[in-house]
Design a binder for this molecule. Structure first.
Ligand SMILES: [Zn+2]
Ligand SMILES: [Zn+2]
Length: 241
């Protein structure tokens, strides 16, 4: 589903685009090459590749899939995706051990409860804050934005029309939704700092890992999230039981 000249939504259970357990999966048109943001939970890979074809692209041109963080709904499809397209997989170096070992931060038990089956992805690249990654004619900036998990990243780019965009994984959703915040590796103060950092980047557009994206006014939308996270009336439960 074309969102802009540069960005397509090619997977996500919230839109019925792929399978249950899939986060939003975005395709970036980088000219001769393609980039993906996240891989879904593992049940939707073939539909994601079909969607890419229907949008007029050859999945074999996917050079790199960024994995925003280790949760199963973002990495479950990564290894199958890599096998089918020969793409590379990259994640932040602090997140890599969780991804390749499928440790508790991945929430594997929750994935099994939902009937998802997948093998641990093999990573080709480790990312760090402020890395510049070139795919085709696009330069992506890596922002380490921890809090949801220790090694979550956001990916920043400038689109063909000059707008600044950020793919935020699960660290920032839109419309003031706070999302899932109580997993292993969660850190509330880091999370609050990460939201402020995203605001400082002044994005026009925000493409989160779940639910709806913002095609304009993203910085104001992030300020809404920031206000909600810090409001006296917001009760954030940081432990259960
Ligand atoms: Zn997550
Ligand atoms: Zn998620």
């Amino acid at each position: 589903m074309k969102l802009t000249d540069s960005v397509y939504l090619v997977g996500g259970s919230a839109y019925g685009l792929s399978a249950m357990g899939d986060c939003n999966v975005y395709l970036v048109n980088c000219g001769d090459e393609l980039a993906l943001i996240d891989a879904g939970g593992g049940m939707g890979v073939k539909r994601i590749l079909e969607n890419i074809k229907q949008d007029g692209f050859d999945p074999k041109k996917i050079k790199l899939a960024f994995l925003t963080h280790c949760h199963f709904d973002h990495i479950g499809g990564a290894q199958e995706l890599k096998q089918l397209t020969k793409c590379n997989l990259a994640a932040h170096k602090r997140e890599a051990p969780s991804i390749v070992n499928l440790d508790e931060n991945v929430l594997v038990e929750m994935a099994r409860d939902r009937g998802l089956k997948f093998s641990a992805p093999k990573l080709d690249g480790m990312l760090e804050d402020q890395d510049h990654i070139h795919v085709g004619n696009v330069s992506f900036d890596v922002l380490h934005t921890p809090g949801h998990t220790p090694g979550c990243i956001s990916i920043k780019m400038v689109e063909k029309d000059g707008k600044t965009s950020i793919f935020s994984g699960d660290i920032a959703l839109t419309t003031g939704r706070l999302g899932f915040i109580n997993g292993p590796g969660f850190d509330l103060s880091e999370w609050k700092r990460s939201i402020k950092r995203l605001i400082a980047e002044k994005p026009d557009r925000l493409y989160p890992g779940h639910n709806t994206f913002m095609l304009s006014g993203a910085t104001d939308d992030l300020k809404l999230t920031d206000a909600k996270m810090n409001a006296p009336w917001t009760t954030i439960v940081t432990s259960v039981g």
